[in-house]
Design a binder for this molecule. Sequence first.
Ligand code: NAI
Ligand code: MG
Length: 498
Amino acid sequence: MAIATPVAERTRHFSSSARALLINGEFEQASSGKTFDTVNPASGEVLASIAEGDAQDIDRAVRAARRAFEDGPWSRMTPSERGRIMHRIGDLIMEHADELAELDCLDNGKPLTIARAADIPLAADLFWYMAGWATKLNGGTINPSVPYMPGAEFHAYSLREPVGVVGQIIPWNFPLLMAAWKLGPALATGCTVVLKPAEQTPLSAVRLGELMLEAGLPNGVVNIVTGYGETAGAALAAHPGVDKIAFTGSTEVGKLIAKAATGNLKKVSLELGGKSPNIIFSDADIPAAIAGAAMGIFFNQGEVCSAGTRLYVQQDRFDEVVEGVAKAAKAVKVGPGMNADTEMGPLVSREQFERVTGYLAKGEQAGNRALAGGHAIDGPGYFVEPTVLVDTKPDDVVVREEIFGPVIVALPFSDVDDLARQANDSEYGLAAGVWTKDISKAHKLAKRLKAGTVWVNTYNVYSAELPFGGFKQSGWGREMGEEVLSNYLETKSVIVQL
Ligand code: NAI
Ligand code: MG
């Protein structure tokens, strides 16, 4: 496989020197002086060298965030001023869209065209949307009834105040977008932040740090500590100076974060794994449903927490649909993300490649049959074939566990009750897709599905306005929409006796 990776001058410039931590508005090397390499997953070659922050750097960053929160210009700014800075961050993201798309493509592997069309505009839009909330965080007036104070009159109201210093730990599947999802609501509510990007994909977050300073964000409001999860990430989750921790990543690490947070009972929000059902009824627009099922799993190499990984098809259309999805899988153009015609890139890392191919081997042992794909692709880079598995049983590992790669498992169902039971038979509850022309059936099923998002006759639709997050072990709390703001706000009741 050709591994052409033409790198634009700006991107080359950005990745040619060791990238530093951002603490209190200054770019600095790690206290230890250590660095680590980030690798281009399309070739396995080193892209750039990054400062390896650890507990000491996290501590410096938390102190800077605390100073910026308690004493800095951030807390004295009007909400309108904060909103305008956030708007400028969105503008600067779009002005640098080509460069940011290239950084995410090189670092993560995803197709450049998709990063440019989806990740980057969604990240900008998140800042624009959240900028509007900065001026709309109002409490309310309240009329208290106090039975043991007969005749007393009160004037009471609520205030909504920022929770304080926030730690944010993000994954590698949408590097810039995950930074935006986290930073947007924290900044809108007036919090200050220590952000730890994923070690696999730190480049666009560091570039965003530069752009945020350029937009006028005061020093210390957002600090960025690149480094590993077990060191920098764990230190952030446990730090007693952090008021709230927000995490996106594996359910396994989410549980560690929740435990680490008990030290000072910092607030916790978690966006974790999924094993989302994509459901096709016999009465669906079958060609659209087939295309939607393929996109639902192969988009972003299947490295999507809400990927439609379990395909449930009503019995009488099962063969037709799975053959259609297998045909679509074989047609996907797999290659380096920098190539203009690439539709699916490599997996993010050797570790993820081994995890996904390990699941394919387990599937084969369990007797699962690959209608398409089923194997790694030879050559440099971490490429895996788009895969459709049939002959699976509900208890097979590939049906129960999150694979986080381009692998869909297909199962038949008889009627709505059988389907609802199977679809909800998971420890996860992040998302679901429903394909039918019967509107009542779709809405009734949407109510029964234990999932934070239900897509009807579409899949993988995201927007800054739509709350996103999980039931069950898919997480705590919601990202985006108005809903996310409550994660970053404390409510204060003020009662005045008149
Ligand atoms: P991970 O959960 O280990 O990594 C996510 C983030 O957490 C990274 O920034 C990492 O540095 C940090 N982290 C890791 N260990 C930590 C610790 N002990 N304390 C604090 N922070 C820590 O995910 P990983 O290992 O990259 O992928 C494993 C699996 O997780 C994937 O196969 C997939 O199933 C799932 N995953 C889910 C994501 C989602 O969007 N919900 C995103 C990435 C992975
Ligand atoms: Mg991990």
